[in-house]
Write a protein that binds this ligand. Structure first.
Ligand SMILES: *Cc1c(COP(=O)(O)O)cnc(C)c1O
Length: 337
């Protein structure tokens, strides 16, 4: 029934069969939810999400494993994060039972859209929006929880390759005590312009500095940042303006508990980034991706040209081996669908 060419999949939307939807009203709270065909939805032009950005999202994946199972990777972490994001934007929290039920239903119903184990995965996009009309700035009176899915291939076309990033001091991604640690939709609208400028200058993405202290690095537009120096792995701490990535947390566990490496969470000055042995970024979409070159206003740091650093590669292999069941899952991260 579907004629998806698994070999040419990229990280882009391929419409699937169905999506899960639930509504919240003041008196009835969240409905049980149901599957409906993937397609357009309608809402008032005065919807809170459209006028004041009252919306949050999540990003996760279902994998077809080499043991012929279909699994979710640490969905509890995404649900926990969605809860915090929702609370911050005055969105009613979706209980984890409803969230898991929606995930299971939508993945099962779209099983034909999950690529073979070695070709990609099913990207899952839960969203929670204020869809009721508001005119004055206030929380909406009704909400929509929706989960849609799309088969995806590698985030970067040529498979794994070293990224060429630009450090920007012209824009900040998130402010101290702002909403940078939540997956609120507005954060991403604000990142489009810096990303566009970097791309038109030949870079893949932007590295943001800490808005409270520009000596320190923060993260990439939609991925967390790590450096390796003398076999020690370091990443900036979660002090409020960095998105707490599930992949970030997983890489820290793998490095400490499987590879017996030292991992530090502390502020990283820009000079330390430029002088690192290896630099990589992490995220559900990008997995563990090496960074080969970094340009700031006054320096170009060549970390490793077109050759993936050893530790970056090991972490990438360890993570994907757990996700695809090529190795044991010592942390019990996989949930079978
Ligand atoms: C989603 C996201 C990440 C990565 O989080 P994962 O849970 O690992 O996918 C990192 N930074 C930002 C800004 C993000 O939005």
């Amino acid at each position: 029934m579907n004629q998806i060419d698994w070999d040419t999949l990229t990280f882009s939307l391929t419409p699937a069969k169905s999506m899960f939807i639930s509504h919240w009203e003041k008196d009835t709270f969240w409905t049980d939810g149901k599957l409906i065909p993937f397609g357009d939805i309608s809402m008032s032009p005065a919807a809170g999400v459209l006028n004041y950005g009252q919306g949050i999202f999540e990003g996760m994946k279902a994998y077809r494993t080499t043991k012929k199972r279909i699994v979710l990777f640490r969905p509890d972490k995404n649900i926990e994060r969605a809860t915090l994001s929702a609370e911050r934007l005055c969105i009613p929290v979706v209980h984890s039972d409803l969230f898991m039920d929606g995930l299971f239903k939508v993945v099962k119903d779209n099983v034909d859209f999950i690529p073979p184990s070695d070709k990609g995965s099913l990207y899952i996009r839960p969203i929670i929006w204020g869809t009721g009309p508001v005119l004055g700035v206030a929380p909406a009176q009704s909400y929509t929880f929706l989960i849609y899915v799309s088969p995806v291939g590698p985030y970067f076309k040529s498979g794994i390759r070293c990224l060429n990033l630009r450090v920007t001091n012209k824009f900040h991604r998130a402010a101290p005590r702002g909403v940078g640690n939540f997956k609120t939709i507005g954060n991403y609208a604000a990142s489009l312009y810096p990303q566009k400028l970097a791309k038109s200058a030949g870079f893949d993405e932007v590295i943001y500095l800490n808005a409270g202290n520009e000596n320190f690095i923060e993260e990439v537009g939609s991925a967390n940042l790590f450096i390796v120096k003398d076999n020690v792995i370091t990443t900036p701490p979660l002090t409020g303006s960095i998105l707490p990535g599930v992949t970030r947390d997983s890489v820290i566990h793998i490095a400490r508990d499987i590879l017996n490496m030292k991992v530090e969470e502390r502020s990283i000055p820009l000079e330390e980034l430029m002088g690192a042995d290896e630099v990589f970024c992490t995220g559900t979409a990008v997995s563990v991706t090496p960074i080969g070159q970094i340009t700031s206003d006054d320096a170009v740091g060549i970390i490793h040209k077109n050759q993936i650093g050893k530790i970056t590669q090991t972490l990438n292999i360890e993570l994907t081996s757990i996700q695809k069941e090529l190795k044991d899952d010592p942390f019990d991260w996989l949930i079978q669908v």
